[in-house]
Design a protein around this ligand. Sequence first.
Ligand code: HEM
Length: 153
Amino acid sequence: MKTPLLLVVLLTACAGLRAESPAPTATAPTADHGQETELDDKMSAMNGAFKKLRRQIADPAANASSLELVARLRAAAEASIPLVPEKTKLLPEADREKFVAAYEAKMKDFVAEVQKLEAALQAGKNDEAAAVLARLGTLQKEGHREFRPAKKE
Ligand code: HEM
């Protein structure tokens, strides 16, 4: 009987292929599309602090509170550096490493700007702080354009 033998051969080949297919890489996030990711959580924390900062950055009387918000922004941004954007798993395997490295570099740039924001506030330079905050807004837009999935549902 030819058919059962063929079936056995095919099944064995499939099992072999499955065993050889690469395990999910460390760079691929595990959350399903549309599910909250750890990075989403950090971003939400950044969002809250960033919105408040925009309202009060020009006001020297609010500098103590602004410095607390900056500390929250900085902590969330630093914690975001080693996280992997959801979009990574939508990319071909060969492009992922470069993508994650570019994300990491961008987030480090962001943290460096947050440090400048902190320094400006500590020095009581609110005009300078407002200018740095505007740059953070630009980095946010660039970061989202490049690293955020086009649509999350
Ligand atoms: C002021 C700065 C920023 C704010 C306020 C902000 C805010 C947000 C918010 C509200 C979300 C959606 C979270 C959710 O769905 O619950 C988000 C997602 C995201 N943001 Fe930002 N963001 C900022 C900067 C950045 C930067 C600089 C980058 C990249 C270097 C970045 C990369 C991402 C990515 C990749 C996602 C999707 C999350 C994922 O892939 O798991 N963001 N951000």
